[in-house]
Design a protein around this ligand. Structure first.
Ligand code: AMP
Length: 397
């Protein structure tokens, strides 16, 4: 295949997700996931040219997984790999765009770990293993936070004492930046509008969810904050709560901070409300069969999403469209419909047939004539990471 190839790596504490992206194609010749690394049950799942494979990695480390990957990547890229793009969750306020991974940059990412204690060290394990194995290839960090560095201070500051911001970096950062950037550009392309003169509300709805206001290709506000816990109701995260709730739980139940954080991040959201599942598919089915708690979880999810979108509209001079993306946004027509039903003042009207058709990767306009534009655009974070890596490689030449 002609065109340059970029390997995209998303490394977690015990997993490595990877995709080989060719600049001329939306689909990936090779992609997969190494999971449970560091344990006896470590496995590698991958698909090559559409065929699925699975092998045990038995006690493998991140570096072992990369070693297994190497011949596959060589084969799939016909020996022509041009660079590696690493997803890094938190770039703090240092990184406004993708950046080449030099020892200096790695140190800054390490220092930003205070803001993302689980994610950044995990990302760096992947970076270090990959640098050891591919020392001659350009390797680039693409940050979830970078796209939101264009937010104005009125959107990113918390109303807390200033020294917490100036000395301790307490501010709103936002996440899912790669997805919001990709989807807003696609929405402009789809609507034949120039990105640099277009205004969008984006709802990225997956296991983690966030909204974003994008003006002329730049983020102006987003629902996640210092951490990904702020904002919408998510699979297992509570989203916004009364800031006094942790105190209340400590006073009344004696819970310590670790317990409170664990409950708010792992046992709340759709799972907490329904007592059944964090998976929207399961909840939609249960609600259909008369499960009241599943119905309530769906209603809270949609109402809170509608409130967030209405709030995000304050950052837009006009609205060219509202875009749904992410596993839920791309597949759940009922969630799109219910959310818009909670925003009557915006006059959104759906074309029911188009809404039902836009599932499983089908992009399209789902609004009826006369309504503000509503779109479904499948996100493709791997492709966006590859595009940013390629853009940086172009600038190097
Ligand atoms: P993501 O994190 O973007 O992979 O999205 C995961 C979420 O998408 C889960 O809550 C899934 O239940 C949801 N999802 C995927 N397919 C569907 C579907 N057909 N209908 C409703 N929700 C779906």
């Amino acid at each position: 295949m002609s065109g340059r190839n970029i390997l995209v790596i998303n490394s977690g504490s015990s997993s490595v997700k990877f995709a080989l992206v060719n600049e001329n194609s939306d689909s990936f010749p090779l992609q997969g996931l190494a999971e449970r690394l560091g344990t006896e049950d470590a496995v590698l799942n991958w698909s090559f040219e559409g065929e699925k494979h699975l092998t045990s990695l038995h006690g493998a480390t991140h570096k072992d997984a990369f070693e297994r990957l190497l011949p596959m990547v060589q084969k799939a890229s016909h020996g022509q790999l041009d660079g590696i793009g690493h997803r890094i969750v938190h770039g703090g306020a240092h990184f406004t765009k993708a950046t080449e991974l030099t020892p200096n940059v790695i140190e800054v990412i390490r220092n930003a770990a205070v803001l993302a204690p689980l994610h950044n060290p995990a990302g760096l394990i992947g970076v270090e293993a990959s640098l050891a194995l591919y020392p001659d290839l350009p390797q680039i960090a693409v940050f979830d936070t970078a796209f939101h560095q264009s937010m104005p201070a009125r959107a990113y500051r918390y109303a807390v004492p200033e020294h917490l911001y100036t000395e301790h970096h307490v501010r709103r950062y936002g996440f899912h930046g790669t997805s919001h950037m990709y989807v807003s550009r696609k929405a402009a392309e789809f609507s034949k509008l120039p990105v640099e003169d277009s205004c969008w509300l984006i709802a990225h709805l997956g296991n983690g969810s966030s909204t974003c206001a994008v003006v002329n290709g730049e983020s102006r506000d987003t629902s996640m904050g210092l951490t990904p816990l702020e904002g919408l109701v998510m699979g297992t995260r509570s989203g916004d709560i009364d800031p006094s709730l942790p105190n209340h739980l400590h006073r009344t139940l004696g819970w310590d901070l670790a317990k409170i954080e664990s409950v708010l991040t792992k046992e709340s959201g759709l799972l907490g409300l329904s007592g059944l599942s964090n998976d929207m598919r399961t909840l939609l089915e249960a609600s259909q069969s008369g499960n009241d708690k599943a119905t309530l979880a769906i209603e809270v999810f949609c109402y809170r999403l509608a409130k967030s979108l209405a709030g995000m509209a304050c950052a837009l001079p006009r609205l060219d469209g509202l875009v749904f993306t992410g596993g839920i946004g791309e597949n759940a027509d009922a969630i799109r419909e219910k959310t818009l039903s909670y925003m009557p003042l915006f006059n959104f009207k759906l074309n029911n047939e188009a809404n039902k058709k836009c599932i499983r990767g089908v992009a399209g306009v789902i609004s009826a004539e006369g309504s503000p534009r509503v779109l479904v655009i499948p996100t493709n974070e791997e492709r966006q990471i590859a595009l940013e890596t390629l853009a940086l490689l172009n600038n190097r030449k």
